[in-house]
Design a protein around this ligand. Structure first.
Ligand SMILES: [Fe+2]
Length: 309
């Protein structure tokens, strides 16, 4: 097992909060020509594929290369240019753009490729999944309990919350630097394997946990998988609750991940879409408060993508 032992000074990888001041480094407006292509097929979006939109396809593939493969690991498509489309239209546009990056994963036992993120009144403490709650914190990577995690995650905002629910992005390279500065021995422990709770979504004769390291360095790339609650619970399931040393190191990791100096915050507005590299971006949100009316509640749609490359 290889450990990345040096500090990463490349600002494209190890960026900090100051990226916030340069929204043009991650906030993208689709070109007028791409929007025109979509408008021309407005009534047939449901049956359309990405190759029906050559200008849009070219633009998205360029964004993939410059932001998700190279670059800072994430970008936000400004939804204001989609104001002439309906909610259903925009969901189709989100599908069309997502498939440009690769293959969409089925995300759950209900066979859904597009999962709704809304407050279902559940809580993480009682076994709920993050996307079914209105809780904030618990910054994480998506689906760390799968042996092969999604490469990219896409989120579409149909409706923001009344208050809060602000998206947060953190670079894995920045966190790696911080832990290395704190204590290289902490890093060694984080490159060891932990049990991640599969949250009851596993087949008969399958293990209820996935056993994988938090940090992994392979092919010159740093990869990260993390959701603290899934590790706490996974270790309990296999009767190996976290030791005080492990808890201490994970607490230090959480402290770094939640350090305001390292995260970029962005309040997604209606029809904004964000796509990020799930191996090197940690994400989360602030807790939120909804409007009382159910048709005004915060409503996002999520996709998980296996990259084509
Ligand atoms: Fe997530």
């Amino acid at each position: 097992m290889e450990i990345l032992q040096n500090l990463i000074s490349d600002d494209n990888l190890a960026w900090k909060k100051s990226l916030d001041e340069h929204t043009d480094s991650f906030l993208i407006k689709l070109s007028h020509d791409s929007i025109l292509e979509l408008e021309k097929k407005k009534d047939n979006l449901q049956s359309s594929k990405i190759n029906d939109f050559p200008i849009l396809e070219h633009e998205i593939l360029k964004l993939e290369e410059s932001y998700l493969i190279q670059g800072n690991g994430f970008f936000i498509l400004d939804g204001s240019c989609l104001e002439n489309f309906s909610n259903e239209n925009v969901k189709e546009i989100f599908r069309i753009i997502s498939t440009c990056f690769g293959q969409l994963y089925v995300q759950n036992i209900k066979n859904e490729k597009f999962v709704t993120i809304t407050d279902e009144g559940k809580s993480m403490k009682t076994g709920g999944r993050y996307h079914q709650t209105k809780e904030g914190g618990s910054f994480h990577t998506d689906s760390p309990q799968w042996s092969k995690v999604p490469d990219f995650v896409g989120l579409l905002c149909i409706r923001p919350a009344k208050i809060g629910g602000i998206s947060k992005f953190v670079s894995v390279y920045t966190i790696h630097n911080q832990i290395l500065k704190l204590n290289p021995d902490f890093l060694k422990l984080l490159y060891k394997k932990f049990h991640f709770d599969k949250r009851n979504e596993f087949k008969e004769n399958e293990s209820p946990t996935t056993f994988e390291p938090i940090f992994k360095y392979e092919d010159n790339e740093l990869k990260f998988r993390y959701l603290r609650n899934y590790i706490n619970d996974g270790q309990k399931i296999v009767n190996q609750p976290l030791s005080s040393d492990q808890n201490h190191v994970l607490d230090q990791l959480d402290k770094a991940i939640h350090d305001e100096n390292f995260s970029v915050s962005y309040n997604l507005s209606q029809y904004d879409m964000t796509f990020f590299n799930n191996h090197r971006i940690i994400h989360g949100r602030t807790s939120f408060e909804d409007f009382v009316e159910s048709d005004k509640k915060r409503y996002m749609v999520r996709v998980w993508i296996k990259n084509n490359r």
